[in-house]
Design a protein around this ligand. Structure first.
Ligand SMILES: C[S@@+](CC[C@H](N)C(=O)[O-])C[C@H]1O[C@@H](n2cnc3c(N)ncnc32)[C@H](O)[C@@H]1O
Length: 260
């Protein structure tokens, strides 16, 4: 059985790959995208750190020259001047960026490599009830509006991912934001996907947090409707109800449905 190849956009600390590890789905992360220095270093510490310092032979100037090709942020709001970051942190960032196969800030990515599963837990600040609720309308320039970069990248892919997974705050499906959410679902339909979505609470899946989140699982139509693979119709049900699950039975079901 081939391993599932995945790209994690807006990867943060990599809870997407962690969820797949938890449910026992063999996979290769072939690329991630994040721009926040602390998020990238956390991702590396959790998933990719092999203990080797790849900057050992490099001068500070060489490390800076390499990192300057990308856009980073130290506060998650604006791009930062990488020259102001202290040397030890720069070296950590270099290692993290290389090892996690970071493709850089989503707005700078021209093309994504083919992957079976594309995850995109896009920024939620502008949908969240804790924020100003400026929303994520296409072209709005808000951080939550970065969701639409995913449309651009999908449009540029010759072969699109078989599966897409979005996770975001529950407020995304509130009355106020439902029109943009529906616009997003229609966009995915036009791109050739069938969508399933549901609001789930972590506390119902063995997580000690009362945290409601909306999940959208999208399946490429040719995968979903291929006659010999009718069982894939059940994929969203398994995915949605087992996303936080760690029991061996659900692992096998997901493994069978996704990877076979
Ligand atoms: C809601 S969080 C995703 C959290 C993620 N699901 C995790 O497992 O931690 C959104 C992420 O998008 C990242 N982000 C914001 N602007 C970005 C950009 N221009 N390019 C790539 N990632 C960006 C943030 O740094 C943050 O880590």
């Amino acid at each position: 059985m081939d391993k599932l190849s995945i790209v994690e956009l807006f990867s943060g600390c990599g809870s997407q790959t962690q969820a797949l590890k938890n449910i026992g789905v063999e996979h290769d992360v072939i690329g991630i995208s994040d721009w926040e220095v602390n998020a990238l270093i956390s991702y590396d510490a959790i998933h990719t750190d092999d203990g080797i310092d790849y900057t050992k032979e490099l001068t500070k100037i060489e490390v800076l020259d390499y990192l300057s090709q990308f856009t980073f942020s130290t506060d998650g709001k604006e791009s930062c001047n990488i020259n102001r970051v202290k040397e030890s942190r720069l070296r950590q960032l270099y290692n993290a960026h290389k090892r996690s196969k970071n493709l850089g800030s989503i707005v700078d990515i021209k093309e994504l490599p083919y992957c079976d599963l594309l995850t995109y837990s896009s920024p939620c600040q502008d949908f969240s009830i804790a924020g100003k609720q400026e929303g994520g309308v296409k072209g709005s320039g808000t951080r939550s509006g970065l969701l639409w970069e995913v449309e651009r990248l999908l449009n540029n892919m010759e072969v699109k991912p078989k599966y897409l997974l979005l996770e975001n705050v529950k407020n995304l499906v509130s009355k106020k934001f439902l029109p943009s959410f529906n616009q997003w679902l229609s966009t995915l339909e036009e791109l050739g996907y069938h969508n399933y979505w549901q609001v789930l609470n972590g506390k119902d899946y063995g997580i000690p947090q009362n945290r409601e989140r909306v999940f959208v699982v999208s399946i490429r139509n040719d995968i979903l409707f291929s006659n010999k693979n009718l069982y894939r119709l059940f994929l969203p049900i398994f995915l949605i109800f087992n996303i936080f699950e760690t029991s061996p039975i659900s692992c096998h079901v997901i493994d069978f449905v996704i990877v076979s």
